[in-house]
Design a protein around this ligand. Structure first.
Ligand code: EPU
Length: 338
């Protein structure tokens, strides 16, 4: 293991922000991780586990340890007539992992194609898109305790998965390094087409013939048509979560804005697309210095080149304040701001 000091993280975060890590350790396997934990005691200072860097905004240098999850490998744990259990290293690229499943004709992850980031980060923030979330296919993960080096298996019920949330973002925040994750895939078709634009895209196709790979390709097409490619324009996907509001607050808003989109939740509350709220405030496509709001999806803040994390944070604060003043709704960042 090569530990670096004062490491520039510019190419390790999709916002493309230059920030330095005081200590940086790439982790390739569990023994390497345990050795680092027992020798360096990284939890005694600040500690960040970095995957694909696709959900983080650095506003300053990181004083402490950055552990980069580079644990690779995809393994078939079980393969029978109906299902496949697939296990991937926490440092595997999520999108490549999904492609692997789709290319084999296994169902379950195709709607989550092209989401940036690593397999290890997927359960931490319970990634989701186009009508599903990773929790629907999640079986278990193995994680290493960053203080003791103990390895523990977390099954689905241990993880408290919620909307872009899990126990690893709440009670157990900062305590674990995800070594690998196991997902349950199906050999029989299982088409999830409840997301309107996806359904619309297949309007003229007989649904019973649709393959996982056709759905995956369509998802990629939709994503590419709306979301900026981080290799070209720095961004971290949705910057904010979609807020959840009460029915009475929604009704008041609906009187004023009859076109307000919403997604009813099981408990009677409603999720409102933050992208819509931000667009209504006039932010869509706006540029502020080196930063801006994406012109095709207002939920995505972008680095037009050489932006600092603080500039992006300032933009986010202005947007939050405008949305609050206009709608009396607080929108919370989905991105980890450091
Ligand atoms: N909308 C606008 N203006 C905008 C953007 C969206 O009016 O600029 C409206 C659209 O009219 C649409 C609604 O908002 O009716 C929803 O938009 P979209 O389908 O693009 O989805 P989203 O709610 O903005 C969420 C996820 C995305 C995920 C998509 C598709 C969050 C925070 N974001 O976005 O996830 O890809 O649904 O499932 O839940 C991510 O987390 O990084 C991410 C990209």
């Amino acid at each position: 293991m090569t530990i670096s000091e004062n490491k520039d993280l510019l190419h390790l975060n999709t916002f493309g922000i230059s920030a330095r890590a005081q200590h940086f350790a790439p982790i390739h396997d569990l023994p390497e991780l345990k050795e680092l934990i027992l020798q360096e005691h990284p939890t005694e200072t600040s500690l960040l586990v970095l995957g694909g860097g696709s959900n983080v905004l650095f506003t300053k240098d990181f004083d402490g340890w950055v552990l980069h999850n580079g644990i690779k490998g995809i393994e078939i744990i079980e393969d029978n007539a109906e299902t496949v259990l697939l296990r991937a290293g926490g440092g595997e690229n999520w999108s490549n992992f999904v492609d692997f499943a789709v290319e084999n004709g296994w169902w379950g992850l195709e709607n989550l194609s092209l989401i940036p980031g690593t397999v290890g980060a997927a359960p931490v923030q319970n990634i989701g898109a186009y009508g599903t979330e990773q929790k629907e296919r999640f079986i278990s993960l193995e994680a290493c305790n960053l203080k003791t080096g103990e390895v523990r298996t977390f099954v689905k019920d241990d993880c408290a998965f919620g909307y872009r949330s899990s126990i690893f973002k709440t009670e157990e925040k900062g305590n674990w390094f995800v070594v690998n994750v196991t997902y349950h895939l199906q050999k029989k078709p299982h088409r999830i087409l409840n997301y309107a634009p996806l359904k619309a895209a297949f309007e003229n196709t007989p649904l019973s013939k649709l393959s996982a790979s056709e759905i995956s390709n369509k998802v990629k097409e939709i994503r590419n048509s709306k979301l900026p490619d981080p290799r070209k324009i720095g961004n971290a996907g949705s910057f904010f979560k979609n807020p959840v509001i009460s029915k009475s607050q929604f009704q008041q808003l609906e009187n004023q804005y009859p076109n307000i989109p919403s997604y009813p939740q099981d408990d009677g509350t409603l999720k409102v697309p933050a992208g819509w709220l931000i667009e209504q405030c006039g932010w869509k496509g706006k540029k502020v210095g080196n930063t801006g709001v994406h012109n095709l999806q207002a939920l995505v803040l972008v680095n037009h080149g050489n932006a600092t994390g603080t500039e992006i944070q300032q933009l986010a604060l202005q947007i939050q304040s405008d949305v609050h003043n206009r709608f009396n709704i607080h929108i919370e960042p989905e991105v980890l701001i450091l």
